[in-house]
Design a protein around this ligand. Structure first.
Ligand code: PLP
Length: 427
């Protein structure tokens, strides 16, 4: 395993970024780049005012030479750290061979990627796409077609049960079943066919699943909602209900999967195997966008040529990087590291809950949602104060900070990051 070597006391010579972090703010190069971006890009994000130029392991360096510890890891896309040597080598080797064929032709990395990914999931078939949202769309289409062709739901009646507070992406269909007004407002008319139940409430879910339900689509841990872990027994209960009623259990493990929680899949914490995994983010190692739906022959076998696809889905470069990701995950060492360091992270964070500044901490493995007393500041303000001390993290809703460092982070760097959080909270 490659762990970060440039720690807080590493070659930069100072703890974290240079001592000037936060004092120059958005002046100079940083300010100019941000102003240009604001002028010429849609304002669909509100990034922290830092302009990253390079990154390695768990550390990023901005255009002014300041160093920051990455405690977000591209929302789990960078589980293996920035510029992971194995992944970069795999990408470079493939760049010199062939990068794109489209699916009009076969290429020599495709079969291996699909076989290895199916093996990792303990399933039979793979449908590769690029982004997470595309994979969720694919899952929705697959479940509907399966519902009509296999389950026998009357045409046009298929229903998918989803959870309040979900985040599955940004397409028109996906925002149709979002409960977040910011994500949804002004984007109608909305796609019908979704029923929303409270997350973690098994009785409500059970009441919502009927003969026309083709699937239940859930995040095993809700990431964007604030790293919400459902009550014990919930996922196992969803598995039981869906099996009894002949509906598919679709686990969106785009953020929770591939090692983040200390297991390959978050569903494993309840010994649950869904009917379909939806994967993305870390599957491309933070190098290229790679996503996939993975399921049984019974389910993914419903497709015929022309019914679904993507020009870039399963391209040679994506498959080469994805194959290396899968080889790394097969060793189990990243999962183990996330479990061990995650225990450490949660032990340290639990000490903060007695401080009065932190009201709740949730999560599993190297993934935590930290609710900060709003009197201390908004999530945005806390993130900006952390940035000034050399830690990049991001708020979710309200005063919740999400911590999800690369799984390759060293314990010393993690401790240094936590020390900055304590400094910001004044505890
Ligand atoms: C659980 C989950 N599903 C889907 C997505 C969408 O992925 P993408 O941004 O690659 O479209 C995300 C992104 O954060 C996610 O966390």
């Amino acid at each position: 395993m490659t762990t970060t070597t440039a720690g807080p006391s590493g070659t930069a010579g100072t703890a974290g970024p240079s001592g000037t972090a936060g004092t120059t703010g958005t002046a100079g190069t940083t300010g100019a780049r941000i102003a240009a971006a604001e002028a010429h890009s849609a304002h669909n994000y509100h990034p922290l005012p830092v302009v990253v130029a390079t990154a390695e392991g768990a550390w990023m360096t901005d255009v002014e030479g300041r160093r920051y510890l990455d405690m977000l890891a591209g929302y789990s896309a960078l589980n293996f750290g920035h510029a992971n040597p194995r992944l970069i080598a795999a990408a470079k080797a493939q760049l010199d061979r062939v990068t794109l064929t489209s699916r009009a032709f076969h290429h020599d990395r495709f079969a291996d990627f699909c076989t290895r990914l199916a093996e990792l999931c303990g399933m039979e078939m793979v449908l590769p796409m690029n982004t997470g949202a595309e994979a969720v769309e694919t899952a929705v289409k697959t479940a509907r077609k399966w519902g009509y062709r296999v389950k026998g739901v009357p045409d046009g009646r298929a229903k998918i049960v989803v959870a309040a507070g979900n985040f599955h992406g940004r397409t028109t269909t996906i925002v149709s079943f979002s409960t977040d007004p910011e994500a949804r407002a002004d984007f109608g008319p909305y796609t019908p066919g979704f029923v929303t139940v409270p997350y973690g409430d098994l009785a409500a879910l059970e009441a919502a699943v009927d003969d026309e339900t083709v699937a239940v689509l859930l995040e095993p841990i809700q990431g964007e909602a604030g790293v919400l872990v459902p009550p014990p027994g919930y996922l196992a209960g969803v598995r039981r209900v869906t099996a009894e009623r002949g509906a598919l259990f679709i686990a969106d493990e785009i953020q929770s999967g591939l090692g983040r929680t200390g297991r390959t899949f978050a569903c494993e914490h309840e010994d649950v195997v869904p009917d379909m995994y939806v994967l993305g983010k870390a599957l491309g190692g933070g190098v290229v966008p790679v996503s996939a739906v993975v399921s049984s022959r019974d389910v993914l076998g419903v497709y015929r040529p022309g019914e679904h696809g993507s020009t870039f889905g399963g391209n040679p470069l994506a498959c080469a990087v994805g194959l290396e990701v899968l080889a790394m995950l097969r060793t189990g060492e990243y999962q183990e590291r996330a479990a061990e360091l995650g225990d450490h992270l949660h032990r340290e964070l639990s000490l903060l809950t007695g401080s009065g500044k932190v009201t709740e901490v949730r999560g599993r493995g190297l993934w935590a949602g930290v609710d900060i007393d709003p009197a201390v500041g908004t999530g945005r303000e806390i993130s900006e104060r952390l940035m000034a001390l050399g830690v990049l993290a991001k708020d979710t809703h309200g005063s919740t900070i999400r911590l999800a460092p690369p799984l390759t982070i060293s314990e010393a760097d993690l401790d240094w990051g936590l020390a900055q959080l304590r400094a910001v909270l004044g505890v």
